[in-house]
Design a binder for this molecule. Structure first.
Ligand code: ADP
Ligand code: ZN
Length: 376
């Protein structure tokens, strides 16, 4: 049986020659997933990897749709949480896949947020030297960022995402309905990440968010779809021109040199979610841009106002403990992946919507900005 996809679904193409793929964005995609997935399969068999929170809401509808399309689907349900993105869990997942007698032509489906997408992508990259996988992102963060572009990773005691592989998915289905069951704080964290697409390259989109961000956060389908499509278009472009991040793709790290330092200091715990750290880091990236004269004044303040108006956690001072010091945070930055020839790499801006990459910022400026952030 073929169900017609809802007409409102919008699609974005990631152009990577013979590894190109589509991102479909809209309501009802999980219910009709079989229609999108069946044409991609060489055997009518998939293995779904998800976590128990997501499984509660979205596993049964996905399985029903796949089965209606004649596709068998075994599910592996993992524990929710960042701890699942570890070597130990990767080991377990790969062994489970092998025990399930996975074959080169079996497709794996990652149904979940960044944790499930990154871990499953990594398992797909290495199991049988690489098998195809499909992303069905269920968090706003994953829909606008991590499910697109083929970065897969696990964490180690030395830091987040330091071990991984580039392995592009064959398809991304961003079903905006899934955000209805997402905890509000997770939704808002994803919003902290989404805003970067306006900041790095699209002033008009930032302005649209200033006017419509509240609709996105209230779950207005049209607004959510527009925001996810705009984000995926921007990301698809940067991935197409620079798949392995040797240049322009690094713009996506706007606010992230700061953000990763804050996350490291909180031990990657739920005290600070990734998108919240990015919101804080984005304000500081604009403040640094103003301080070094590359950006006119008032931009950091404009962003701060937008996060206040939409209720996004963006104040470092509300997360930081009294024992936090700018020097320690700078030390965390030095351990980040974005260090080149021992120099810190920052994404700064000439203005909202016009970001650039630099490794030429004096540490004294960064220390000042961190100090101001800690003071609130
Ligand atoms: P991120 O995409 O931000 O990395 P995670 O994979 O860490 O997100 O997921 C964040 C939390 O939200 C986890 O506890 C996960 O189980 C839960 N979650 C993810 N998607 C949904 C959803 N659509 N509905 C309910 N809970 C979800
Ligand atoms: Zn991010």
């Amino acid at each position: 049986m073929t169900t017609m996809p809802p007409s409102s679904v919008q699609s974005v193409r990631v152009e990577l020659a013979n590894r190109s793929y589509s991102i479909h964005v809209g309501s009802g995609l999980i219910k009709t997933a079989g229609d999108y997935i069946a044409p991609l399969l060489k055997q009518p068999r998939t293995i779904i990897v998800t976590d128990s929170n997501i499984a509660k809401h979205w596993l049964a509808p996905l399985q029903a749709s796949l089965e209606a399309s004649g596709i068998s689907c075994q599910a592996i349900v993992l524990e929710p949480g960042e701890k699942t993105k570890s070597f130990a869990h990767l080991n377990e997942l790969v062994c489970d896949l092998l025990s399930a007698r996975i074959e080169r032509d079996t497709v794996i489906i990652a149904l979940g947020g960044g944790v499930i997408g990154d871990l499953t992508g990594m398992a797909a990259a290495i199991t049988l030297r690489g098998i195809d996988f499909i992303q069905i992102p269920t968090t706003l963060l994953a829909q606008v960022d991590s499910s697109v572009g083929g970065k897969t990773a696990i964490n180690t005691p030395q830091g987040k995402n330091l071990v991984g592989a580039f392995h592009q998915p064959k398809l991304v289905l961003a079903d905006t309905d899934t955000l209805q069951t997402l905890p509000e704080r997770e939704l808002k964290s994803g919003y902290g990440e989404l805003v970067k697409y306006g900041l790095i390259g699209d002033a008009a989109f930032f302005e649209w968010l200033e006017n419509n961000g509240h609709r996105v956060l209230a779950g207005d389908q049209d607004a959510v779809q527009h925001a996810v499509v705009k984000s995926c278009q921007a990301k698809a472009h940067l991935v197409a021109v620079d798949e392995q991040e040797n240049g322009l793709r690094a713009l996506l790290n706007f606010g992230h040199t700061f953000a990763h330092a804050f996350e490291a200091e909180t031990g990657y715990s739920s005290k600070l979610l990734h998108g919240e750290a990015v919101a804080m880091g984005s304000i500081m990236a604009l403040a640094t841009s103003e301080r070094t004269g590359s950006c006119p004044p008032g931009r950091a303040e404009r962003l701060r106002k937008h996060f206040s108006a939409t209720g996004i956690n963006h104040k470092l001072s509300e997360v930081a403990q009294s024992d936090w010091h700018p020097d320690t945070l700078l030390d965390h930055m030095r351990l980040d992946k974005k260090v080149s020839d021992a120099k810190l790499v920052f994404i700064l801006a000439h203005d909202i919507g016009d970001a650039f990459i630099t490794n030429d910022i004096p540490e004294s400026v960064i220390l000042d900005i961190l100090e101001a952030g800690l003071a609130g």
